[in-house]
Write a protein that binds this ligand. Structure first.
Ligand code: C2E
Ligand code: CA
Ligand code: CA
Ligand code: CA
Length: 277
């Protein structure tokens, strides 16, 4: 019995070590990923339902790991946040995305806003507005072209301070979207105090939209809320015509999802922006 106990223990500790090691390796290679230029931005169109034009794109980071291949942001962003590496990575994302948007303007493409995901770790830093000002100055992107996607939980803590920060960004001409809306603990009474532009309906409410009456009720409620508060709405994760039909029925303004396009690398999105959908 003692023998088996030891074996069990060993097995447990081995798998624990394996996981810890994997995480440590990821963390180590994350530290050098920037200088080795292993990151790449993909861009997914956000489509205006009425005009069927691409009005904006969301920048989504990709990590091409030398041995593991593509590592999804869902895996490495949390590690980047815990280690603080997200600050540098986030700055790289901002610079690269803004420079890209500027080059589309210079090439004479139809106007297209750039939506960038901002981690709560980035949003909490007092240097944020300075960093953004620098990026705008460096790249020459007019600030009206820039939109920041912030999650509910990022803005709903330290409410008073965040309202000030959002006001600064707004005064610069930058747009603000609340990402994954409906999944956090948004207090509706706070929501009206925040200077935001857009609610982004989370994919979890869209996935079963055509089959699930509760999801439909939630989408309907968010649409009504946005309408009353004069906010724009975008639905993410739209994959099917039946989902689209319901979103159209509730007059959802913008649509993002595989139905129109997957996230594309810079050459492919460039072609799509030039020729249209
Ligand atoms: P998110 O901001 O909610 O982004 C939407 C995710 O849904 C993206 O996954 C996108 O590729 C995926 N998606 C888009 N359309 C569809 C669809 O029709 N069906 C399905 N099943 N999925 C769809 P991705 O690129 O893997 O990113 C995952 C998360 O990682 C993002 O969720 C965001 O929270 C984070 N992330 C990505 N890029 C960045 C970044 O540059 N900075 C920060 N801080 N976070 C990022
Ligand atoms: Ca997002
Ligand atoms: Ca989401
Ligand atoms: Ca998100």
């Amino acid at each position: 019995a003692k023998e088996r106990g030891r074996r069990c223990y060993k097995f447990y500790s081995d798998s624990l070590n394996a996981r810890a090691l994997e995480r440590l390796q990821l963390e180590e290679s994350l530290r050098t990923a920037l200088v080795r230029e292993e990151f790449e931005l993909y861009y997914q169109p956000q489509v205006d339902l009425k005009s069927e034009q691409i009005t904006s794109v969301e920048a989504l980071i990709r990590w091409n790991h030398p041995t593991l291949g593509m590592v999804s942001p869902g895996e490495f962003i949390p590690i980047a946040e815990e280690t603080g590496l997200i600050i540098e990575i986030g700055e790289w994302v901002m610079k690269t995305a803004c420079a890209q948007a500027k080059s589309w303007i210079d090439e004479g493409f139809p106007p297209c806003r750039m939506s960038i995901n901002l981690s709560s770790v980035q949003f909490k830093r007092s240097a944020l507005t300075e960093t953004i000002k620098d990026v705008i100055e460096e790249t020459g992107l007019p600030p009206e072209y820039l939109e920041l996607e912030l999650t509910e939980s990022a803005v709903m803590t330290d409410v008073e301070q965040n309202i000030q920060r959002l006001k600064q960004l707004k005064n610069m001409g930058i747009k603000i979207a609340i990402d994954d809306f409906g999944t956090g603990y948004s207090s509706l009474s706070y929501l009206k105090k925040f200077p935001i532009d857009t609610l982004k309906i989370d994919r979890s409410f869209v996935t079963d939209l055509a089959e699930n009456k509760e999801d439909e009720a939630i989408v309907k409620a968010i649409m009504a809320l946005a309408d009353t508060m004069n906010l724009g709405v975008i639905a993410e994760g739209v994959e099917s015509q039946s989902q689209l039909a319901i979103l159209r029925q509730y007059e959802c303004e913008l649509i993002q999802g595989y139905l129109f396009s997957r996230p594309l690398n810079k050459d492919d999105i460039g072609m799509l922006l030039k020729t249209g959908l």
